[in-house]
Design a protein around this ligand. Structure first.
Ligand code: LIP
Length: 272
């Protein structure tokens, strides 16, 4: 897989160059006023669809903007799961925190992941069983205990009926852990867990393209990540919990379970 990982890194870096250099960007919204899509998102996704499906003939492709192509229903068929710009709201506002996220998923699990931050010239990558890297250097999660954790999270800006749950979880964690960061790109925040900079992650609802690549990177860096079933499914939207280890994941699961019991309006079912 190392050969494939290097080729995907090159494609991700080319996609990042488009993000950096695109001019006359057209901005639109989809669904809610907070959920942006730009002409750059569309251009990058079409570039990635062409390059990645050519790299792996017969692979399926799931993208945030143009949907799914190929036989995505076959769990044994490799599927690219792509977010052309994760952190689009940041991109639209000129906040330098947006990344390209590319995952290869097979049997609902990520077997390869690349996250490219072009403004910081950072490329996070991993392949199943082969470790996680930042610009070629090995990554490993932190060993911080819960009282010293830095938490990355969000407050469900695309569906604010879940905000009460999110603020409840944040308030509980804020009282126990060191602090909270809301960066606005799930893929990059999960990579910060893999890097050992941050230690816990919670989001009430993410699409597969937001988290699948970083899930591979985080698991290969020794971290853990689950979706609503309590396992990891990279084929459907879900609540996402992640931690620098199993002990802190169990702590986070308990916090989320108790908050969900207080917020039935969030309408989130879990299996953990
Ligand atoms: C974003 C995520 C972010 C989340 C936003 C949005 P997008 O992805 O990365 O963490 O809080 O609601 O889903 O829409 O910028 O690709």
């Amino acid at each position: 897989m190392d050969g494939l990982r290097q080729k995907v890194i090159a494609i991700a870096e080319a996609a990042g160059d488009i993000m950096l250099t695109e001019q006359d960007v057209h901005v639109d919204t989809k669904g809610t006023k907070e959920n942006y899509v730009t002409s750059t998102d569309l251009k990058i996704e079409r570039f990635l669809r062409k390059e990645l499906t050519s790299l792996l003939p017969g692979s399926a492709f799931m993208g945030e903007e143009d949907g799914t192509s190929g036989d995505s229903a076959d769990p044994d068929r490799p599927m690219w799961v792509v977010d052309p710009i994760d952190g689009t709201a940041n991109y639209v506002r000129g906040i330098p925190m947006s990344v390209v996220s590319i995952a290869l998923v097979k049997g609902c699990k990520p077997i390869l992941g690349v996250v490219r931050h072009p403004r910081l010239d950072e490329t996070f990558s991993a392949a199943e069983g082969e470790g996680a890297f930042l610009n070629g250097k090995p990554l490993h999660v932190s060993e911080r205990t819960r009282e010293h954790c830095m938490v990355c999270t969000a407050w469900s800006c695309y569906n604010k009926t879940r905000a009460g749950l999110c603020f409840d979880v944040s308030q509980t964690l804020y009282g126990i852990c060191e602090d909270i960061r809301r960066i606005g790109t799930a893929a990059y925040e999960l990579c910060l867990l893999a890097k050992g900079s941050c230690d816990l992650y919670f989001e009430a609802f993410l699409a597969p393209w937001d988290f699948s690549a970083a899930a591979c990177i985080l698991r290969e860096a020794g971290g853990c990540i689950i979706t609503s079933s309590g396992d990891l499914d990279c084929t459907r939207p879900s609540i996402v919990l992640a931690a620098n280890g199993t002990g802190n994941l169990e702590f986070l699961k308990n916090v989320v379970r108790e908050a969900l019991a207080r917020h039935p309006e969030a309408k989130i079912n879990i299996g953990f």
